[in-house]
Design a protein around this ligand. Sequence first.
Ligand code: FMN
Length: 198
Amino acid sequence: MARILAINGSYRNNGITDQTVGAMVQAVETAGAEAELILLREYPVGFCLNCRVCTQKPGDAPGECVLHDGMQELIDKIERADAYILASPTNFGTVTAIFKRFIERLVVYAYWPWEMNSPRLRKENMPKKKAVLLSSCAAPGIVGRWFGETHKQLKMTAKTTGARPVGTLFTGLIAKDPHPRLPDHVFTKINSLAEKLL
Ligand SMILES: Cc1cc2nc3c(=O)[nH]c(=O)nc-3n(C[C@H](O)[C@H](O)[C@H](O)COP(=O)(O)O)c2cc1C
């Protein structure tokens, strides 16, 4: 049975991102996969210290962080999963601060000894897992996707964790209501993304 890990960087209970991720999780479970949902807002992940201790040892396995918070458990879940759902609202043109904080802690996936100018991603040449990338924004979805940094950040998250994006959904024009509901047409797209993921 395929194991899907969903990582959601929204701040808000039952906002558009929660609803989109919830619908994606339901779609993959209906298709027979096992899914686990991580709400970063409830997960104990601290800021990266930029110490680079985790990047010094060679090898394909993620390095070990000096911080002992929830990130190691999250890395174990990432390693065990067959595919990922990566989601964040678009805030000020990019992913939320909690999603960015999570991305920075993914530096364990880089091999970067002090003598090297730039990092090498440990999973770059490994067989790729799959990922779908989800966001929501006040702008039309197409504008949010192509004119901000969110898509790039979500793509980089997939690449760093050894995945290739197989689909993207930006749900736009949904910020004019304090309690927005996921538009019906989005569910069709979600079902097709679930198929691609599996
Ligand atoms: C602080 C803040 C910054 C935002 N920045 C943008 C933005 O740059 N572009 C955009 O299209 N929407 C922006 N929005 C709108 C959110 O992306 C949108 O409301 C999103 O659906 C929120 O996700 P949620 O429903 O999961 O909370 C912003 C909202 C807030 C509160």
